[in-house]
Ligand binder design. Structure first.
Ligand code: ADP
Length: 418
């Protein structure tokens, strides 16, 4: 049974490279506490998530904050619970539990009791697999799945997620299985029993890569904005497809359909540099680009005007701007939504493939995907499901979790004495 005494036991924290997760546990019969949700919504819309697990009689309230704003989490704790948790141990996992231990001690007088990250992930997942109903699901949306390789996004095939989840029942004996946890990076863990596991592989191309490159290549301010963009994207404008190389499918040898991605982002290579246009037409073109783009595009527009342009060139702004624009110019030839979808599929396909290869290597049939990279994003679910199905010739199906991003914090909450 889960013990909620002392009071600090109600909390657990998992601070990863990208996100800091908080769990606050209440008993079913307790009055629901109104937490500072409103303020939270400004930090990260939809950050709060609560789940009721009737099997254990508890309500688990989950919150997430961006780790770069770790003080928001500290403030959130202080404002909602104040002295209730002070000078007590709070169970915590993830690298940030070590890195930010001082912040918690100084600001809240809270001592973080650090638990091993992999232990917590596995313990959290084992708990959900054996105790929670309607937790594990298969993404079952054929139109999106069959469009997963490179077809343009079509809002009309956009799934109503509730009806696209096919739930799998909890089981007393879920072993062996692979956990592919997609956080900032990727960990692949083979689990053979309660507390019995081995981290067999991993990848540095994970959620952090997707989100990091998205920040570089698009103007998105939040992760959810990028995900929104992907929904109107067409990655075949950015990716080099088999059809782009062959002018059709490469059927004879490999059975590769024309729509298969040959090289993610390869179409950027195929693009010819646009010649710069001078005179009035050039000025107009630069003006339009400047409206759409950054301060360098504005500078370039001003450079294209006769008198001011001559002055700015004399001041040496020409060369600097041209250097910056060499990159920006190529960037502006691609739309952010296409780039976002291409990135998402690149990262998700790659992880799906590595996951499948490891399931073969260790002869494990069940593959669970966790981590906040997934959440409930249809394209991510479709791309991972598609990759696993494609590489396994339809033999293996990717398994997802309703609380994919909170495995570690659940494990930390349960502690070592479950
Ligand atoms: P970690 O413990 O390494 O922080 P998580 O499992 O919490 O890993 O997943 C972090 C990843 O989740 C990010 O790299 C990003 O791809 C994705 N993500 C989902 N939602 C957000 C968000 N609101 N802000 C930032 N990243 C998010």
């Amino acid at each position: 049974a889960v013990n909620l005494r002392p009071e600090s036991r109600r909390f657990a924290i998992d601070i990863g490279g990208s996100l800091a997760k908080l769990l606050y546990v209440q008993r079913e019969d307790e009055a629901r506490q109104e937490l500072g949700i409103k303020k939270l919504d400004e930090t990260w819309p939809g950050a709060q998530l609560s789940v009721h697990i009737p099997e254990i009689g508890f309500i688990l309230n989950f919150f997430a904050f961006e780790t770069r704003n770790i003080n928001d989490l500290v403030k959130f704790l202080r404002e909602n619970w104040g002295s209730g948790i002070s000078s007590k141990d709070v169970r915590a996992t993830g690298g940030g539990a070590v890195k930010y231990a001082e912040n918690f001690r100084e600001e809240l007088a809270v001592v973080l009791n650090h638990l091993d990250e992999m232990d917590c992930l596995v313990r959290g997942l084992n708990f959900l697999l054996t105790k929670a109903q309607r937790e594990v699901y298969i993404f079952d949306h054929e139109p999106l799945l069959s469009a997963a390789m490179s077809e343009p996004a079509s809002p009309s095939v956009f799934p109503d997620l509730e009806n696209s989840r096919k739930f799998v029942d909890a089981s007393d004996d879920p072993f062996p299985y692979l956990l592919v946890n997609i956080g900032s990076g990727v960990s692949i863990i083979k689990v053979t029993g309660f507390g019995e596991y081995e981290r067999v592989s991993g990848s540095s191309l994970g959620g952090g890569t997707f989100w990091g490159l998205s920040r570089l290549l698009t103007n998105c301010k939040t992760f959810d904005e990028v995900i929104e963009l992907t929904k109107s994207g067409n990655n075949s404008k950015v990716d080099m497809l088999v059809g782009d190389i062959y002018g059709g499918e490469y059927g004879k040898i490999a059975g590769l359909d024309a729509s298969v991605i040959a090289a993610s982002f390869g179409k950027v290579v195929m693009k010819k540099e646009a010649p710069d246009v001078y005179g009035w037409a050039g000025m107009w073109k630069q003006f339009v680009r400047a409206i759409k783009g950054s301060s360098y595009l504005w500078l370039n527009f001003l450079l294209s005007t006769p008198a001011l342009g001559r002055f700015l060139r004399w001041m040496g702004y020409d060369k600097k701007t041209q250097e910056k624009l060499a990159n920006l110019g190529l960037r502006s030839a691609f739309s952010a939504n296409d780039v976002a979808l291409s990135l998402l599929r690149m990262v998700a396909f790659n992880i799906g493939q590595i996951a499948y290869l490891n399931s073969k290597r260790y002869d494990v049939q069940r593959i669970y995907f966790g981590g906040n990279f997934i959440r409930d994003h249809p394209y991510t679910l479709a791309a991972i499901s598609f990759a696993v199905r494609f590489w396994s010739n339809g033999e293996t199906q990717a398994l997802f979790l309703q609380h994919d991003g909170f495995l570690g914090v659940i494990g930390a909450f349960l502690g070592n004495d479950d």
